[in-house]
Design a protein around this ligand. Structure first.
Ligand code: NAP
Length: 308
């Protein structure tokens, strides 16, 4: 039939939420497509080691876990496509997911596009991106062997990745805008106990300087107003992230922070469209939550299709 959609479920986003949803959807005998813009795995690809995911008493590397998710999904017959989604046309019974490379039709859509790292927005950040400025210790850490690097931020990501960087670098200086960390206590304790880590408090990065590659920072003490320069060979920026929602703003209800509004069954403002993971309102932004959301969204999609 001309109007018959190609898939039962199209999942936008190949991170933990999307992959978990895909495994549950395909095992419910739903024809399932995952569309990912860059690399399967999402945020966990940027995580050196994961040690709070139940079932793994020893830490597991983020990229390694991502590979396992993908392998499991493929084993059950999930299809994957690489495309950047531009918009959704989801009001009718046949949902149309419109990408730059193609259009994908489905009975249901699961929006699991996650989040992206925030940028500092200071001079030098763009210019030296990939030449000393990084948002991914796992990807780039090895370029900084025996060097002095800086981590910006005071959350879990900054502490986790800062600690990871001490394995290969000479030193890691954390620059944080307040005088206490936001990170969980266990990560704080580990960072404070690490002899290679030091902390600069109440301080903002005003500029990233370099000559070809990064060679220093202009720092401002936010309490005294004092401005100083400090040499560094790399800057890893971990100052939170924002939901990826540009393609869905016109179609789904989002909250003030840009997260997709949903209920506990992962239903969005549009019937047949579900959400999961970091893009969702009230997400705890933890791996296990993303997986749980994905499962709930797949089950909701299954119920929606069965009831039609
Ligand atoms: P986050 O928890 O939002 O922390 C962001 C940090 O960056 C905060 O310390 C914040 O300072 C600082 N910051 C924000 N904007 C800034 C700016 N413009 N200039 C300078 N500093 C700025 O983000 P995250 O660390 O990326 O973590 C995000 C989520 O992922 C969290 O829910 C976290 O628990 C989770 N996560 C968990 C783990 C883990 O469990 N091992 C690892 C990574 C991430 P203030 O403190 O002053 O606001």
């Amino acid at each position: 039939m001309a109007n018959e959609p190609e898939y039962d479920v199209v999942i936008v986003g190949g991170g933990a939420a999307g992959l978990a949803a895909s495994i549950y959807a395909v095992r419910a005998m739903l024809k399932t497509l995952v569309i990912e813009k860059m690399a399967i795995g999402g945020q966990i690809l940027y995580t050196g080691e994961i040690e709070n995911y139940p079932g793994f008493p020893e830490p597991i590397g983020g990229p390694e876990l991502a590979m396992l998710y993908q392998k499991q999904a493929e084993r059950f017959g999930v299809e994957f496509k690489y495309d950047l989604i531009a918009s959704l046309d989801v009001e009718g019974p046949v949902k149309n997911v419109i990408g730059h490379e193609g259009q994908y039709t489905a009975k249901t859509v699961i929006v699991a596009s996650g989040g992206e790292h925030n940028k500092l927005g200071v001079p030098g950040e763009e210019e030296f991106s990939g030449r000393g400025v990084s948002y991914c210790a796992t990807c780039d850490g090895n370029f900084f062997k025996d060097m002095d690097v800086t981590v910006v931020g005071g959350g879990d990501a900054a502490m986790d990745e800062g600690t990871y960087l001490t394995r290969m670098t000479k030193s890691v200086t954390v620059v944080h805008r307040r005088d206490e960390l936001r990170a969980s206590k266990i990560l704080q304790q580990r960072a404070f106990a690490n002899p290679k880590m030091e902390f600069i408090w109440d301080t903002a990065v005003e500029e990233i300087k370099g000559n070809g590659d990064v060679n220093g920072l202009v720092l401002k003490n936010l309490k005294t107003g004092e401005v100083s320069e400090r040499p560094t060979e790399g800057v890893f920026i971990y100052i939170g992230f924002h939901p990826v929602n540009d393609y869905l703003r016109e179609s789904l209800k989002i909250d003030a922070a840009g997260h997709v509004v949903s209920d506990l069954q992962m239903s969005t403002s549009v019937p047949g469209v579900f959400t999961a993971g970091d893009v969702r309102q009230h997400s705890d932004r933890q791996l296990a939550n993303a997986v749980g959301d994905g499962v709930a969204a797949a089950l909701a999609a299954y119920r929606y299709i069965s009831a039609a």
